[in-house]
Design a protein around this ligand. Sequence first.
Ligand code: C2O
Ligand code: CU
Length: 517
Amino acid sequence: VSGAAACRELTAETTGKVLTSRAPLPEPFQVPLPVPPAARPAGQADGADVYEVEQRAAELAILPGLTTTVWGYDGIFPGPTFTARAGREVRVRVRNRLPVPTSTHLHGGVTPPDSDGHSTDLVLPPGWDVSRGNGEGGGHGAHGGHGGHGDMSLWRFHEQERVYTYPLRQRAATLWYHDHRMDFSAPQVWRGLAGFFLVGDEEEDALPLPRGERDIPLMLCDRAFEEDGSFRYPSLDPSLTGEPGVEGDYHNGVLGDVQLVNGAPWPVLETAAARYRFRLLNAANARRYTLALQDADGRRVPGALVQIGSDGGLLAGPVAHDTLTLAPGERYDVVIDFSALDKNAGGTELTLVNTLGEGGMRQVMRFRVTRREPDDSRVPETLSAPERLRRGEAVATRSFDFRLTHEDGHQKWTVNGRPYRVGDIWARPALDTVELWTFSSDFHHPVHTHLAHFQVVSRNGRAPGPADGGWKDTVDVRPYEVVEALVKFSGYRGRYMMHCHNLEHEDMAMMADFEIV
Ligand code: C2O
Ligand code: CU
């Protein structure tokens, strides 16, 4: 590990460049925390719940006195929250009423390949001419030309709508869905195409964890705004980069200067003096968070974030953290016990902060404990008995180095020195086997595998970090780190993606396909 790693660890800004808003920014902790509405099934078919979702533009009030045009699932941001059951199939008919192609990925889902939301599996808007390829006539694509669109016969195009099928043969877990269009995931997610998808099961139901109104998903992301309230993003304003796309200054990633939680800037939640379960999701394009809870005097509350789950569901037992770091794409389920923190018997204020944040971005949201209520929830010492993978089970070892290369005067984000090309298969693991995959990195690269979940077994040759436990699908690989993970390939055969979840890096071809055979 070079000394540079330690320096680059210092701020969130090391993962990108802050785009400054031109709109006046609101005072923090004024707006109540919104909770995205539940998606409701339109009907049932063959034992599956069937949903209808429309992707469309809509005007939302995000900043005071201004409106923002978002691209949302059902016109809202975050999109509606799906609440599904393990083993009960969900089908979602997605209609695309946006002016661009889309692909919807269920992140963390054990999904057949043709419903997984591959970047080349697109729902086209009315009148879209596929002979132009994916691009918008040399328009907004981040890497337009960096990667290869490859063999066009591997692309799939659906006219205006399609049905995604999610059998959900998997454990209870906090999943999310978001846009995954080739070259354009970053700007399309920035405009609002993301939402929660919660899977429950009997094992979790049997636990006395906080539930109902005290089980709240928190989508963390940053955005920047133009003077008129519209979203600001480099590819929407080529003057920022001197050329279309996010090359140049924003090449490392795009950061905003407005912190949103569930789509609201620096919100406040009034709570009871009771335990709450929060499903933390880092849905930002490039920003990392190191979260801590601070009291009114600015003192960090030790052990306040009691982790009960990870990307892939419940841990074996709870782990209390002073701070918790989330890279883009990661989820952590935590319980915060406000009854233990409410020293004043009401009126206590606690602030969730991001110790990596700069200026106003140090603050995330506030909790105000305003009332007493009975609470029979608990966090038991034993939560679950997740399968524990062992090194000896690995039938193959593969290495994936996430790094920047320089070629023809261009910088490219690559895996093993090669930018993504449609049709290249980087690994062919066999169904129902375990492999040891090594992820190494020259920068902050959150590595995400579709379909296959994994367990972190080492970081730089040492034991995994305190928050690395449990089943994961995204791991925060830091500069000059080597992370070993045991990856289990189960569920389906077929072609899936793995990539960096810094969405700007992803759009700049830091992706690879593997095929389960
Ligand atoms: Cu959340 Cu392939 O991504
Ligand atoms: Cu990256």
